[in-house]
Structures are given as C-alpha cells and as structure tokens.
Design a protein around this ligand. Structure first.
Ligand code: AMP
Ligand code: MG
Length: 408
C-alpha cells in the first residue's frame, strides 16, 4: 500500500485471474468457408473423403511399371495422361506420358521426370538409374476419409480454409462472434473527421485502433463511443453497453487523477476484480464486470492501450471465443542495446529485428519509449520483454514477442 493503493499485480497473476473468468461462448452458427477466416471451430471436422483420392504423378514425366524396366531401358509409349483425365490401364511392357496431378494408370507404379528421359519417336529411353516408385503421390497421402482434419477450438487460418475446401466443405460450424463495446474517455478527444482541433484537443486514436484490433480478431463491434470525463455519463454508458456486449473495453480515465472516473463508475455499476499491473507501459489496467459483461479498462496513453491489448485483452478475448489457448510465444534474440539501470517493473520495449550476416537475430529498440509515441508501435515488429530488476548487456539473449502471430 505504498501510495495508498493495493500493491501492483504481476502479469502472471493478471493472466491467471483473467483465464479463470474466461468462460467461452457456447452458441454456434454455420459459416460459409468464404466467411470463415479467423472464426473458431465449434466441433472437430472429419474428412468425408480421402485426399488425394487416387495415386497421381508428382511431376511431368513418364510412368511405367518398375518390374517392366528391370533389364531394359527402352519402352514403347502407349498412353498419354494429363491432369483431370480418367486413364485406361497401361498395357504391360509399355510406358505412358504423364503430367503433374494426372492419375497414375493402373499397371504403372513409377514416374521418371521428363528432364532425365529421352524420346525417340514413340519410344521412351530411360536414364541408367532411376528409383522404383519415385515421383508418385499416393491416394490418402494428405488425408484419409474419417481423419480429424480440424479440431474444436481451432482458429481458422487461410491454410485451414484451404484444407476444409480440399475435402469438399463449403461451410463449417463456428462459435458465435464476440460482441465488444469500445468506449474512449477524455474531454480532450475529438473524432478524426470532426474538423480541426482546438487548442488542448487531440484526435481519438485509441478507439479506431482498438476497433481495428478487434476486427482482426473477428469480433463484432457492438457499441462504441467517446465519453467525456464525467462520472454520471460514464456510468450510464457502461450500463447501456453491458446490455448487449459480451465485453466492454474502455480507454483512459482509469488512473488516479481527479478526472479519472472509469474505475469509480465500474465500482458503482459492477465490480472491479483487479487493477494495476506491474508492467511498463500499461500499469493502470483494470478488469472486472458490469452486469453480464466483462469489463477491461485500458490506459489512455495510446502505446499503453496497444501493449495491454496485445498482452492481456487479446488472449482473454481468444479464450472467450472458445479458442484453444496458446501461450504468448516469445523467442530469444540478441540484444542490440544495453540496459544499465534496472526497472522495478517488467518492461515491454518496442523493438525490431535485424538478421546479421552470420544469420543470428538481433533486436533494436525504438529510441523513444514514451507511452505517447504511437509511431513507435508502427515502426516496431514486436516487444522485448525485460524482467523487473534485469540489466541487459549488448549481445545478451532477451525474449522477443512478435506482433505477427500474436495479433492474428
Ligand atoms: P488518461 O489515461 O485518461 O489519463 O490518458 C492518458 C493520456 O492518454 C492523456 O495524454 C490522454 O490525452 C491520452 N489519451 C487518452 N485517451 C486517448 C485516446 N482515445 N486517443 C488518444 N490519446 C488518448
Ligand atoms: Mg483521460
């Protein structure tokens, strides 16, 4: 209670408490594959067919039966098969011109690529050495009928959309989308497009940024608005948003200043279960409930809002969406910077990666780490995670958390 407030929570404590509260939505809906990107599957998907459904050639070349060419290099050509054809059987002792993806005719078991063969009229001359059964893609090499190809809780990537289509699916069963309300607070805020700024005003960057982050996650923006610094108005907006939203996300007004009303408004209209986390930037994060909705109060500083979204909001929303949990996966890279004085808070530093000539990955931090410098988040490719109390020497290994992979 150093400053009259409860002690700061560690990021781990915050993740653990949020995870406990994240009961996934259960309602499902059918979604066409064209709309399925980023949706969370509500059931395992089993393949109704085998893919590929037939043995086929992996290359442009010539097909024959290995046993027919054991002691001779010349075979008469009796057949030509292209992709999409339905070939007749290959006559014994003969070969077949064949193309990539074309069904292997029965009677053939080997393909030699065209670059290694010679042709004399209708006679194929094989190279001295070739490998029996080579260059053939077997039926079921990718998928066997009945296999689980996609699992309940999996988030559909473009590759997963392709895989479902390869089995003939046109739609999947997904959990319903989350309804999220985004509210920004601050008397100084004006929406872009509302004319030039008066002295003391700034454009609201957090709300469009949060909307964009939520759209990437596949959420529905249910209600959104900008509030002044006013307790009654904030209470009313929270009450209204809680009627339709699964989650309410606010920015600003969650610190300890006289003009910060969000915390008091949540305490009046619902419950605040945690507040303030020992990280930099992003200390004044708040979490609780208003009516039936979860409440996440992000700091107003744009970088803090972005970083707390990446670290806490995004995994929490994924859990609510029913997505199988994945850790935020940082990987070790060499520090291209040094940190001589340790900080009492765990710091997430905006940084980029550089590959040096020897192939090693190094990270460089943005020179302006103030939480108002939003341009640094556009410059950055991720965050370096520096533990509380840690000093860093140039070349030390530090964990790098890429935005890519986290934000999709
Ligand atoms: P607060 O957390 O309300 O004390 O705000 C901290 C800082 O972030 C102040 O400089 C605010 O002007 C700024 N800020 C708050 N909300 C926004 C927003 N939606 N867009 C841009 N800046 C903001
Ligand atoms: Mg404010």
């Amino acid at each position: 209670m150093k400053d009259g407030h409860p002690p700061l929570l560690s990021a781990e404590e915050v993740w653990a408490r949020m995870r406990k509260d994240a009961v996934p939505v259960t309602e499902c809906e059918k979604v066409t594959l064209a709309q399925a990107l980023s949706r969370v599957l509500a059931q395992d998907v089993r393949a109704p067919i085998t893919v590929p459904g037939f043995d086929n050639s992996a290359m442009d070349g010539y097909a024959f039966r290995a046993a027919d060419a054991q002691d001779r290099r010349e075979l008469p050509l009796s057949l030509r098969v292209a992709a999409g054809d339905k070939p007749e059987a290959l006559a014994p002792g003969t070969a077949c011109r064949i193309f990539t993806g074309a069904p292997l005719p029965s009677g053939a078991d080997t393909v030699v690529i065209q670059e290694r063969c010679e042709r004399r009229g209708d006679t194929l001359i094989l190279p001295e050495q070739w490998t029996p059964h080579a260059n053939v893609r077997r039926a079921g090499e990718d998928i066997r009928a009945g296999d689980v190809i996609l699992s309940d809780g999996q988030t559909l990537t473009p590759q997963a959309v392709g895989l479902a289509a390869s089995c003939g699916f046109t739609e999947i069963l997904a959990r319903r989308r989350l309804r999220v309300a985004v509210l920004s607070t601050g008397d100084e805020l004006r929406p872009a497009g509302s004319g030039p700024l008066r002295e003391g005003q700034i454009y609201d960057s957090n709300r469009p940024m949060l909307n964009a982050l939520l759209m990437r996650l596949g959420c529905e923006i249910h209600a959104a608005g900008a509030l002044g610094d006013d307790l009654a108005r904030t209470r009313q907006a929270l009450r209204e948003a809680a009627q339709t939203a699964d989650v309410i996300v606010t920015t600003g007004g969650v610190s300890v200043g006289e003009e910060d009303h969000v915390k008091a408004a949540v305490e009046a209209e619902g419950t605040l279960s945690l507040w303030r986390v020992a990280i930099k930037p992003g200390k004044p994060l708040a979490f609780g409930r208003v009516g039936g909705a979860h409440f996440l109060g992000l700091p107003g500083n744009p970088v803090s809002a972005f970083v707390t979204f990446v670290l806490f909001v995004q995994p929490f929303l994924k859990a609510l969406m029913g997505a199988t949990p994945t850790d935020l996966r940082a990987f070790p890279v060499h520090a291209g910077f040094e940190r001589k004085t340790p900080d009492s808070r765990r710091e997430f530093v905006r940084a980029r990666l550089v590959t040096r000539d020897d192939g090693a990955l190094w990270t460089h931090t943005h020179p302006r780490q103030s939480s108002g410098v939003l341009s640094s988040t556009v410059w950055a490719e991720g965050l370096v995670d520096i533990a509380a109390g840690r000093c860093v020497a140039e070349g030390d290994l530090v964990p790098f958390l890429p935005f890519e992979g986290v934000l999709d």
